[in-house]
Ligand binder design. Structure first.
Ligand SMILES: *Cc1c(COP(=O)(O)O)cnc(C)c1O
Length: 383
């Protein structure tokens, strides 16, 4: 019998490490008697805005709501088209469909798992209003090229940052592919994701790399009008209470989650750096393994997930072997969004995305993972 037990994610060690801080913060909220929005949420919004270097940060109920409200605040209307990646969690396309717009899927690049910027222009029609790149697994998308295309065609950009809090745009990870103007790239280099497009949408779902202990989300923008619209939309479309101007939502960040996130924000750099260290070790140990492709080097990546490609149709067998050895792994995502039942037969095949859905495998990843545990995972995988 195997004594090994390494789950894909274990949130308990992190909580143990910050337990006293978190409980003090929660007690303060309980004592304050103010639970929805209010000064604790405002303090977190201010801190997170200055951490990221963005003018506005607006707390909402979830990452999905951040996308929906972000799209509406940018002015996306029913009938509009929004270009996005097929290779993401369904909330990405769902948010576009929810506002009545149409997701238009553009294939991804096999080295970054992110939208291929070279294919975007061919998908632009007279109805196209926005591009929604996803920084999948914590790896920044090719933002310089995306921003240039958007500027050229007067499109808005909304970044799905749900998996990428603290990720930094450092030029395209395989540079030569990103044939944009050098000035654009230089200007954006070093920016946190969520501060480059017109809107950034973050999720604080507990499993994300900055996770609350419940649902939560955040909209970021440098645009005062978008910020004002988003603040209205999150409280039933009102600027002042009981003076509702547009149809909105009940989508507020609650004070308890904001207090927890405020504590965690102070640790996020350390945790993201540990994720990078874990990824480096995985890649080093997996370097010579036949039939496995490790993630392409990417300086600003925060490794929300460490995801390999398993070639030759061996992915499901390897996943099974790991499970039997007591090691967790996950497939993000087994079905590309354009192939989900809700969109069935509406979209043409996208070769790379369909292929990667058969090859990707995410290995155990959380900041407290030890070198010994990493070695155990790799040894089991090699076996
Ligand atoms: C988690 C996730 C979302 C949705 O976030 P929620 O907070 O769960 O609503 C959106 N997009 C991506 C890429 C995600 O991983």
């Amino acid at each position: 019998m195997s004594q090994i037990n390494i789950p894909i994610l274990d949130l308990k060690p992190q909580y143990q490490a910050i337990k006293a801080e978190v409980q003090a913060a929660i007690n303060q909220v309980l004592d304050s008697g103010q639970f929805i929005l209010g000064p604790v949420v405002q303090a977190f919004e201010n801190d997170v805005a200055s951490y990221l270097g963005v003018k506005h940060a607006i707390g909402v109920n979830s990452g999905t709501d951040a996308l929906v409200i972000g799209l509406r605040a940018m002015g996306i209307l029913p009938g509009d088209e929004v270009i996005t990646t097929p290779f993401s969690f369904f909330a990405t396309a769902e948010s576009i469909s929810t506002v009545g717009a149409k997701p238009v899927f553009v294939d991804i690049r096999p080295d970054t798992f992110n939208i291929d910027p070279h294919l975007i222009e061919a998908a632009i029609t007279t109805k196209t209003k926005a591009i929604m790149p996803v920084h999948l697994y914590g790896n920044p998308a090719a933002m310089a090229q995306i921003m240039e295309i958007a500027a050229k065609h007067s499109l808005k950009v909304i970044e799905d940052c749900a998996q990428a809090f603290g990720a930094v745009y450092q030029g395209d990870s395989s540079g030569s592919h990103e044939n944009c103007k050098e000035t654009t790239r230089e200007q954006l280099m070093g920016s946190y994701v969520g501060t480059i497009g017109h809107v950034g949408a973050f999720s604080f779902f507990p499993t994300k790399n900055l996770g609350a202990y419940g649902d939560g989300g955040l909209i970021t923008t440098n645009d005062d009008d978008i910020a004002e619209a988003a603040r209205m939309l999150r409280v039933h479309g009102a600027k002042e209470r009981y003076n509702n101007l547009i149809l909105g939502y009940n989508s507020r960040l609650d004070a308890m989650q904001a207090a927890i996130l405020q504590v965690k924000l102070h640790h996020i750099d350390e945790w993201n750096n540990k994720r990078r260290w874990i990824a480096d070790n995985y890649s080093r140990l997996l370097m010579d393994v036949d039939g496995v492709i490790t993630p392409a080097p990417s300086a600003g990546h925060v490794f929300h997930q460490y995801t390999i490609r398993v070639l030759d149709g061996n992915r499901d067998r390897i996943k099974q072997v790991l499970t039997e050895a007591g090691i967790g792994s996950m497939i993000y995502y087994p079905i590309p969004q354009d192939k989900l039942p809700i969109y069935v037969d509406q979209y043409p095949d996208l070769t790379i995305s369909n292929q990667l859905a058969q090859e990707v495998l995410s290995l155990p990843m959380w900041p407290e993972l030890s070198l010994k545990q990493i070695e155990t995972v790799v040894d089991s995988l090699k076996a």
